[in-house]
Design a protein around this ligand. Structure first.
Ligand SMILES: [Zn+2]
Length: 304
C-alpha cells in the first residue's frame, strides 16, 4: 500500500462496517434482562416483546468504510426520522448497515441487546432530524422556526430577573442563565450550544485513537476508530458543524442534504455498497425533479 496525501487525510478513520445482503425485522420475547434495563430506560419501552432489525441468517456480509465517501449518514438517518416506516429502515440497513455497536457482533445472544431494536432506530432517526433542523435554522437565521421550539422561562433571583432557556422542552444544561432580554443572538448561540452538547453526548467514549496501519514503506498511519454506524454519523455531523457548512433542502423531496457544489439543488444519489443487493430502487431526486419539470412543460404545451 502506497500512501497518498498526508496520513491524516488517508485512512484517518480506519473503521469498517458490515453490511449484509438481506435484513429482517423480527419480534423477540423477553428482550431485556434485569441488569440491562437501566441502560435502556427511556430509550426503548421495556416491554415483553421487542421488534429488532437484524441480518437474515446465511446472508453475505461485506465491509465498507462509512467515513470514506461522500455520503452523510446523519442526513440519511434524518430522512428516515421525518416519516418513520419499517420498509425504509430495511432499505437504510441494506445500504449502510444497522446503527449498533461493533462489539459482540457474532454473539447472537447479546446481539439484540446492543443493536437496533426498531424503537432505537426510530428514536435516533428522529433525534437526527431534530438536530439537523435546529442547526439549519441557526445557519439560515430562521428565527421564526426557532421561536417555535425555544422557550424562555423567566424567574427572579436576588440579582434580579433571569432567564432559563429550553429547546424542544429540554433545558439546555450548562448554558449560562442570562439576564433578559432574550436577544436574537442569545437564541442562536443557545441553539448552537445545544446542538454541540447533543453531538458530544453521542461521541463521548465512542472513539479510539490509535495506529491504523503500516504501509509498504514502513510508515505507520495514525487512525481514529469508532464503534458504531451511529458514531460515524455524528463524526460527520461534527465536521459539518465545526466547518459551519450550510445544508440545503432538496428541491424535490424536501430533505436536508450536504451539497457538494454550490449549484446542487437536489439531494445526491446514494452509493451502492459493493457486494450488496441494493439498490437500483428509485431514481435520484435530480432525475425526478427533471422529469416533473419536463412533464409540466409538456402539459402546458398541450394545453396551449
Ligand atoms: Zn431529495
Amino acid at each position: 500500500m502506497k500512501m497518498q496525501g498526508s496520513p491524516w487525510e488517508f485512512n484517518e478513520y480506519l473503521f469498517t462496517w458490515p453490511v449484509h445482503s438481506d435484513y429482517e425485522i423480527i419480534e423477540i420475547r423477553n428482550p431485556i434482562p434485569e441488569n440491562e434495563r437501566m441502560y435502556w430506560e427511556g430509550v426503548i419501552p421495556l416491554t415483553d416483546t421487542l421488534e429488532v432489525i437484524r441480518p437474515c441468517r446465511g446472508t453475505k456480509e461485506s465491509l465498507w468504510n462509512p467515513l470514506n465517501g461522500k455520503t452523510f449518514l446523519l442526513t440519511e438517518l434524518a430522512k428516515l426520522g421525518e416519516g418513520f416506516n419499517k420498509k425504509e429502515v430495511i432499505n437504510f440497513a441494506l445500504r449502510f448497515g444497522i446503527l449498533g455497536i461493533a462489539g459482540h457482533w457474532h454473539g447472537l445472544e447479546t446481539y439484540f441487546l446492543n443493536r437496533d431494536p426498531l424503537v432505537f432506530f426510530e428514536h435516533e432517526a428522529k433525534q437526527a432530524a431534530r438536530l439537523l433542523r435546529l442547526y439549519q435554522a441557526v445557519q439560515e437565521r430562521n428565527l421564526e422556526d426557532l421561536q417555535k421550539r425555544i422557550e424562555a422561562i423567566f424567574f427572579n433571583t436576588s440579582e434580579g430577573a433571569m432567564v432559563n432557556i429550553f429547546i424542544d422542552g429540554t433545558n439546555i444544561y450548562d448554558w449560562p442563565i442570562v439576564k433578559p432580554p432574550v436577544t436574537e443572538e442569545i437564541l442562536l448561540r443557545a441553539t448552537l450550544f445545544y446542538v454541540c452538547k447533543e453531538t458530544n453526548t453521542r461521541l463521548e467514549g465512542r472513539l479510539t485513537m490509535g495506529c491504523a496501519a503500516v504501509t509498504s514503506d514502513f510508515m505507520v498511519l495514525p487512525g481514529v476508530k469508532c464503534d458504531s454506524l451511529l458514531t460515524a454519523a455524528y463524526i460527520q455531523f461534527r465536521d459539518i458543524v465545526t466547518k459551519s457548512h450550510v445544508l440545503k433542502r432538496c428541491k424535490h423531496c424536501g430533505a436536508l442534504f450536504v451539497p457538494s457544489k454550490a449549484s446542487q439543488v437536489c439531494c445526491p444519489r446514494l452509493p451502492t455498497i459493493p457486494g450488496t443487493n441494493i439498490l437500483e430502487d428509485k431514481p435520484a431526486c435530480a432525475n425526478r425533479a427533471y422529469v416533473r419539470k419536463h412533464r409540466k412543460k409538456q402539459k402546458e404545451k398541450e394545453e396551449s
